[in-house]
Design a binder for this molecule. Structure first.
Ligand code: FAD
Length: 432
């Protein structure tokens, strides 16, 4: 019998899941809803997006769907290391054996959506400008508010589902309907830094101002961080992270002050920032990142949450999207294992994913220290672990960043290997 699947959220995890389910044959008829407009047709808004890095974890998940890896690589750049810029103008570089694949989050979603165009309406329907507002688990119905085209109140729409997937991000409405202590415990915390997007214009590669290509560029100053990545079109984009309270970014009130701030604190960024970008920067409101730990990801025999809805994590370890895409491969394997019996597969998803998802959030909070002193220790530990692992691969684990960025080792195992370091950073961060 054909199952009607409703996926809420056309982000990376929701759209990739649609691909995986459609690949399983015509037993699934999918309706994919998102509260925002179709990113394929609206003007690309840089203010709402940011670059992401995909590791082998995320790329493996994408690579299993025909045509996706090639399409993603065609709009990505590879980063083979990071350059840490110091305030005195000096730099320190780290390298990776396996490069990261970096691209814009919205462009990833657009590419995944474009590749669904081969499916007919009878198998996949996309509904943009539909915001999920209510779920009735008992009746298996879900209600959406559609975007108002006129001044009149926007109409709502209620549809039935056989299976419901909440891929609707850290502030998941689907998950909020689990909120009954018997059904789900959720712990959510704001990450200790807010962020704003930063964009630098395209420069001639021969210009002396061009920052080294193929590297992630990073700066630190008084609890603030800037991370910038070259983009496919020659521009650079990234974010500045800063504490939510008493921060100099909130005190900026004019474009001139923005330019001066970057020139003083992050000279290489300030020198390259245009007046137009300084003005736009001022208008962007700071965004907050939530971390999410849940006691379960399924409800009954028909509802599942995945990706950020299940385990949103600090952006600092660049794993949220990788983990969200990996969720999809786990569901696919469970459906293989249990012959598409969803009642069993989604309960197993909670059992098999929980330890990893909790470890992911812990690693996001504490893998990289806030204290400058501990950061130096981190860099030294990394170098030592890399050397020792090369000499004694059976006895010494790879470095923490190698495990995170260059492997698909489970997050629970990574946490176990580095629990001493994580405890140290946790203590230091709490003191700070
Ligand atoms: C600054 C920054 C940098 C990052 N860098 C990286 C990185 O380098 N590597 C990495 O792996 N991860 C990174 N991440 C994390 C990554 O972006 C997320 O983990 C990833 O996008 C999660 O995908 P998702 O599909 O689960 O959810 P989302 O991307 O959050 O998508 C959820 C979708 O649901 C829709 N939605 C929400 N509510 C509703 C509703 N009520 N009704 C209908 N639709 C709804 C939203 O519009 C959205 O399209 C970064 C995050 C940030 C903020």
């Amino acid at each position: 019998m054909v199952k009607k699947v409703v996926i809420v959220g056309a982000g990376p995890s929701g759209v990739l899941l649609a691909h995986y389910l459609l690949r399983r044959g015509d037993q699934y008829q999918i309706d994919l809803y998102d509260r925002l407009s179709d990113p394929r047709v609206i003007e690309f808004s840089n203010a709402r997006t940011y670059p992401i890095s995909l590791t082998e974890r995320g790329m493996n998940a994408l690579g299993q769907i025909e045509g996706v890896e090639d399409a993603v690589r065609a709009i990505s750049l590879e980063m083979s290391g990071t350059i840490f810029h110091q305030q005195n103008g000096k730099t320190r570089a780290t390298s990776r054996k396996k490069p990261l694949v970096t691209l814009d989050r919205t462009n990833l979603v657009i590419t995944l959506l474009e590749l669904t165009e081969k499916y007919t309406d009878s198998r996949l329907k996309l509904h943009f400008n539909h915001s999920c507002t209510e779920v009735n688990f008992a009746a298996k119905t879900i209600t959406f508010q559609t975007a108002a085209q006129t001044a009149e109140a926007s109409p709502s729409l209620t549809v039935n589902y056989d299976l419901l997937i909440g891929a609707d991000g850290a502030r998941s409405v689907v998950r909020s309907h689990f909120l009954n202590p018997e059904l789900l415990e959720v712990e959510q915390n704001y990450v200790s830094t807010d962020y704003k997007a930063v964009l630098l214009p395209r420069l001639d590669p021969s210009s002396h101002m061009h920052l080294e290509p193929g590297k992630i560029h990073s700066w630190r100053s008084d609890g603030m961080f800037v991370v910038l990545l070259h983009q496919f079109d020659g521009s650079m984009s990234g974010v500045i992270l800063f504490p939510p309270q008493n921060n100099p970014v909130a005190a900026l009130t004019t474009p001139e002050a923005v330019l001066q701030f970057f020139r003083d604190r992050f000279p290489e960024v300030g020198q390259r920032m245009t007046a137009a970008e300084a003005e736009t920067f001022l208008k962007r409101s700071p965004s907050r990142i939530l971390t999410t730990r849940c006691s379960r990801y399924h409800h009954g025999d028909s509802v599942l949450i995945i990706g950020d809805a299940a385990h949103s994590v600090s952006a600092s370890i660049g794993q949220g999207c990788n983990a969200a895409l990996e969720d999809v491969t786990i569901i696919d394997r469970l459906l293989d294992e249990f012959d598409d019996n969803w009642a069993v597969a989604i309960a197993q998803f909670t059992d098999r994913r929980k330890a990893d998802a909790h470890a992911l959030v812990e690693l996001g909070d504490y893998a990289f220290p806030s204290s400058s002193k501990l950061f130096i220790e981190f860099v030294l530990r990394e170098q030592l672990a890399k050397t020792l692992h090369q000499l004694f691969p059976d006895r010494v684990a790879p470095s923490l960043s190698e495990l995170l960025f260059e492997s698909s080792v489970s997050y629970a195992e990574i946490l176990q290997s580095y629990k001493g370091w994580i405890a140290k950073v946790k203590k230091s961060n709490q003191q700070l």
